[in-house]
Design a protein around this ligand. Structure first.
Ligand SMILES: [Zn+2]
Ligand SMILES: [Zn+2]
Length: 279
């Protein structure tokens, strides 16, 4: 089946993770068999960005995102930025990421995170690619969300040209409804992951149910955040249909519609060919 409207697009995986070392090829094959025809694998460091590109070169279903995660913000110096800039020119690279602020783990000093985020936003503008944004706050706080939203508004206001396909995605969204709506007003997509399937996720489920389906993207963030009913195991792109099913339920539409709409959005944002069978 090569009709893109019947295939899911996994928009956020970490296929280079060492948890996939024993069976990476089977993981990709299982995804394709489960109807997940395309997988975007996301770098978190220079090394993992290079690994993402190597996977995208090897497997036709895989595309790469390159950048440095806020956890590794202290590695972002002039040389690292130049390296990301060069990697971004590769034809299988579809975005810059994942970049942003993580005030939950705080593994890098916040000022280093802010600097790395700003530099990579500027780089995305320079190479004219969308951004994959990571935001995580301490429980009950929204400082990272507030700072990222302010930075993204300023970034968009200064951009010479914002691509009609949209500036990017707030991946693994866990913020307030109002924040999602502000991001959507700026043209961003909202990434939906395994936590939406958890029995204790009523607040997140209500938010996802209220957002326009046209602005949602499906992602697993594997090997983390395994959806129900596979929770407790390693996550992988073949589990994306569980997230699609939950989104269909929350949006009160059929899973076929969720598939068609979210795949169309992923193709537009990341510039993927709409018919993978004709590649
Ligand atoms: Zn992330
Ligand atoms: Zn991630």
């Amino acid at each position: 089946v090569h009709d893109a409207t019947q295939c899911l697009c996994e928009t956020h995986a970490h296929l280079d993770d060492r948890q996939f070392d024993p069976d990476r090829e089977e993981v990709i094959q299982r995804a394709v068999e489960a109807g997940v025809q395309r997988i975007i694998t996301v770098g978190t460091s220079l090394e993992s960005s290079r690994a993402a590109i190597a996977l995208a070169e090897r497997y036709p279903a895989v595309y790469a995102v390159v950048g440095v995660h806020p956890h590794d913000a202290e590695t972002v110096d002039h040389a690292a930025l130049q390296a990301v800039r060069e990697l971004a020119m590769h034809p299988r690279v579809v975005a810059i990421g994942e970049i942003g602020l993580d005030f939950y783990r705080d593994w890098a000093p916040r000022d280093a995170q802010r600097a790395a985020f700003q530099e990579q936003l500027a780089l995305a503008d320079e190479v004219n690619k969308p951004v994959v944004i990571h935001i995580r706050d301490q429980r009950g706080e929204n400082h990272a969300y507030e700072e990222v939203m302010a930075a993204l508004s300023a970034w968009l206001a200064e951009r010479s040209e914002v691509p009609g396909s949209g500036p990017g995605v707030l991946h693994c969204f866990s913020g307030e409804l109002e924040t999602a709506q502000r991001a959507i007003d700026l043209g961003f997509y909202i990434g939906v992951d395994g936590p939406v399937t958890y029995p204790n996720a009523a607040a997140l489920q209500a938010r996802i149910g209220q957002l326009p389906l046209e602005r949602l993207l499906l992602e697993t963030d594997c090997p983390y955040l395994t959806p129900q009913p596979r929770r407790g195991r390693r996550n992988e792109p073949a589990y994306l249909p569980f997230i699609a099913q939950k989104v269909a339920e929350l949006q009160r539409v059929g899973v076929g519609e969720v598939t068609a709409v979210t795949t169309g959005s992923a193709c537009r944002l990341f510039g993927l060919p709409c018919d993978p069978g004709r590649e």
